[in-house]
Design a protein around this ligand. Structure first.
Ligand SMILES: NC(=O)C1=CN([C@@H]2O[C@H](COP(=O)(O)OP(=O)(O)OC[C@H]3O[C@@H](n4cnc5c(N)ncnc54)[C@H](OP(=O)(O)O)[C@@H]3O)[C@@H](O)[C@H]2O)C=CC1
Ligand SMILES: O=C(O)[C@@H]1CCC=N1
Length: 292
């Protein structure tokens, strides 16, 4: 899935020390900023646009970054723009920044679900000449807050090696990175890892509720579930053993795990997960169409 840089890119490389402007200072932007600052990126090289004054004050206080009411102010002098608003307002955000995009020719990184690089290029006034806006579309996830996230990235052909390196450097402060060479697959990335933490949290919620229904006290139920999720995640990530084999090792023939796993299988868990991820993928496509 790792794509190679386009050697024919006509966009000049950006200095790695570029100021970064984030448009939208919500949950994901905050996670990314936290990762950048933890990695040693100076607060005064990060600028954020956020309409809510209290949120601006908190961002400045927490990270020492500059926060502005408008995107136009935030992108001044910034070589890298991170689009971090909801997909529903992205068109309006980009169109307002189009004159500066044409003048500054930034590397644009979008984290918005569903919205395609072609849409962003069009909204930013990609003038169809010989230098369309270089865009990296990516999909991080909320464990970015702990530096334990994963991001899928797709780069348009206009992004050169330096732009790819910059995008990867920025997103790697949030965790692992995976390059995707077919933008069509970005909605599947969103469905698997962008939304994925919520599926794990849902399972944890359901297990905790079930533990309480079996008579366990609230605090015991919580500790048992959280440590089980943590321990299982560590076993998955700290060994080369497949999930299926790890499951087999827990499942004694005729034992308790077998009883539970058979109940999951009989209830169609695999098909349900498949359908859930397919509907999240479809929603990504729909977000693109609905907000064009
Ligand atoms: N949450 C997640 O797990 C993930 C989210 N994403 C993507 O990240 C993006 C942001 O999501 P998330 O952080 O959860 O959303 P949030 O709503 O928390 O953040 C978006 C922020 O943008 C602000 N905003 C709205 N309009 C503008 C504007 N014109 N200029 C500047 N800022 C504006 C919002 O302010 P206000 O609240 O006042 O509207 C809000 O603070 C989405 O596109 C989403 O698809 C990607 C990966 C994971
Ligand atoms: O639910 C959403 O649309 C966003 C994208 C991935 C996670 N949250």
């Amino acid at each position: 899935m790792t794509a190679s840089p386009n050697p024919e890119s006509r966009i000049p490389p950006l200095p790695r020390s570029s100021t970064i402007a984030l448009i939208g200072g919500g949950n994901m932007a905050r996670s990314l900023i936290c990762g950048l600052v933890a990695r040693g990126v100076r607060g005064d090289s990060i600028r954020v646009a956020e309409p809510v004054e209290a949120a601006r004050t908190a961002l400045t206080g927490d990270f020492g970054i500059e926060a502005f009411e408008s995107g136009a102010e935030a992108v001044e002098g910034a070589g890298v723009w991170v689009l971090a608003t909801k997909p529903q307002v992205l068109r309006q955000v980009c169109e307002a920044l189009a004159p500066q995009a044409r003048a500054q020719r930034p590397l644009v990184i979008s984290i918005a679900a569903g919205i395609t690089s072609a849409q962003i290029a069009r909204w930013l006034g990609g003038n169809g000449d010989d230098a369309p806006t270089p865009i990296v579309r990516c999909m991080p996830n909320t464990p970015a807050l702990l530096g334990a996230g994963v991001t899928g990235l797709f780069a348009t052909p206009q992004v050169g090696a330096q732009g790819r390196a910059q995008a990867e450097e920025l997103l790697s402060s949030a965790g692992a990175t995976v390059w995707i060479d077919d933008e069509e697959k970005m909605d599947a990335v969103t469905a698997v890892s962008g939304s994925g933490p919520a599926y794990v949290f849902l399972l944890a919620e359901a297990m905790e509720d079930a533990a309480k229904r079996q008579g366990l006290p609230d605090d015991a139920a919580r500790t048992l579930v959280l440590q089980t999720v943590l321990g299982a995640a560590r076993m998955l990530t700290e060994s080369d053993t497949s999930p299926a084999e790890l499951r087999r090792r827990v499942t004694s023939p005729g034992g308790t795990t077998q009883a539970a796993v058979e109940t999951f299988e009989a209830g169609g868990l695999r098909e349900l997960v498949d359908r859930a991820i397919a509907s999240a993928t479809a929603r990504g496509h729909a977000l693109s169409a609905a907000n064009d």
